[in-house]
Design a protein around this ligand. Structure first.
Ligand code: PMP
Length: 333
């Protein structure tokens, strides 16, 4: 394959699998992380952004000069804005005001029109996803080139993007020898698309959801009840509802992962393996370790390294913040 990428779009995907040493040693398995932080916008959500934009283009909903509106925890917004910049689209991002300053700054710095809203439950009309949907509707009449609500949660073009790219990449990179896949769900796009692809290849591949405390999905999978307990400092993952993308997922079981369990995994990876990863990666890797212990030694397990730690400096490396929440503090701070 040519090493030259002609633009943003061609630079999305085809990320390497990185062996996670400690996780593999603890379990006797081969645990690999798919290095999605190497995407051009810095996260797994570049794949969703591309899939959603392609869907809008195929439906002839947008052309140069058009506007993309989206409600996001940040990463999808960054992907949409950078991709949109490369195609001549404007980007309006609606985000909860409790997300890290790092993500707010990045969105502003790359030219997104950022609208911050106070966090509200999904059933509330003020919920950021619903605000984004209404805003796109209101703006439609003002732009002849199209105004699109990307709708990453319920537009299944998102999961389809992972079905067509992330899933096949994992299958090929492991020579079809993958025994388990585990990751958290935000929109459900990743787990929806990857699980569907892998189960079609081999129905015996175990698919597990790694769910942060404070999300209702763990109880939904294990007890059939959408019920949340506790909370988490992680961003971009967990849900109070079954999105259309999550509904596509073929899931065998779930783990509930607390910050107390996931943060030490992240700090250890920085110190001993040189991988400085974002908060959702801690939940993913802690889940992969749990799955490795459940499946037993010798198995090949894949998870997702969604983004880097630099978007979460003000949480992950903030001593007083961590202390206040009774969370582990990296030994070198
Ligand atoms: N990790 C991070 C850091 C994210 O931003 C997201 C998406 N919100 C996810 C994981 C979850 O991915 P998905 O939306 O495909 O479920």
């Amino acid at each position: 394959m040519s090493q030259i990428k002609n633009n943003f779009i061609e630079s999305v995907g085809n990320t390497p699998l990185i062996k996670l040493k400690a996780a593999s040693e603890i379990t006797g398995c081969n645990i690999y992380g798919k290095a999605e932080y190497l995407n051009p916008g810095g996260s797994v959500k570049d794949r969703a952004a591309l899939a959603l934009i392609k869907d809008a283009q195929e439906k002839k909903l947008i052309s140069e000069g058009g506007i993309v509106v989206e409600g996001t925890a940040g990463n999808t917004g960054i992907g949409l804005c950078l991709l949109g910049n490369s195609l001549g689209y404007k980007t309006i991002i609606v985000m909860n005001d409790n997300q890290t300053q790092e993500k707010k700054d990045t969105l502003k710095n790359i030219g997104a029109d950022l609208r911050l809203v106070p966090p509200k439950p999904y059933k509330d009309d003020g919920n950021y996803v619903k605000v984004a949907g209404r805003l796109a509707e209101e703006l439609k009449s003002t732009n002849n080139n199209g105004v699109v609500w990307a709708n990453q949660f319920d537009n299944t073009a998102n999961a389809k993007g992972h079905y067509e790219t992330t899933g096949p990449e994992i299958w090929e990179q492991t020579d079809g020898k993958v025994d388990g896949f585990v990751c958290a769900s935000g929109t459900g796009g990743t787990i929806g698309g990857v699980s569907k692809f892998l189960k079609e290849k081999n129905k015996n591949i175990k698919i597990y959801l790694s769910d942060p405390t404070g999300s209702a999905l763990y109880n939904h999978i294990m007890n059939g009840e959408l019920k949340a307990e506790g909370g988490s400092i992680t961003e971009g993952i967990g849900s109070s509802r079954i999105t259309k993308n999550f509904a596509e997922a073929k899931i065998d079981g779930a783990f509930s992962i607390s910050d107390q369990e996931s943060l030490p995994v992240l700090y250890d990876l920085i110190q001993n393996e040189g991988l400085s990863l974002g908060t959702s990666c801690g939940v993913n890797i802690a889940g992969a370790i749990r799955l490795g212990k459940e499946l037993g030694p010798g198995k090949t397990i894949v998870t997702i390294l969604c983004d880097r730690s630099d978007k979460y400096n003000s949480k992950m490396f903030n001593k007083s913040f961590l202390k206040e929440k009774n969370l582990p503090i990296p030994s070198w701070l």
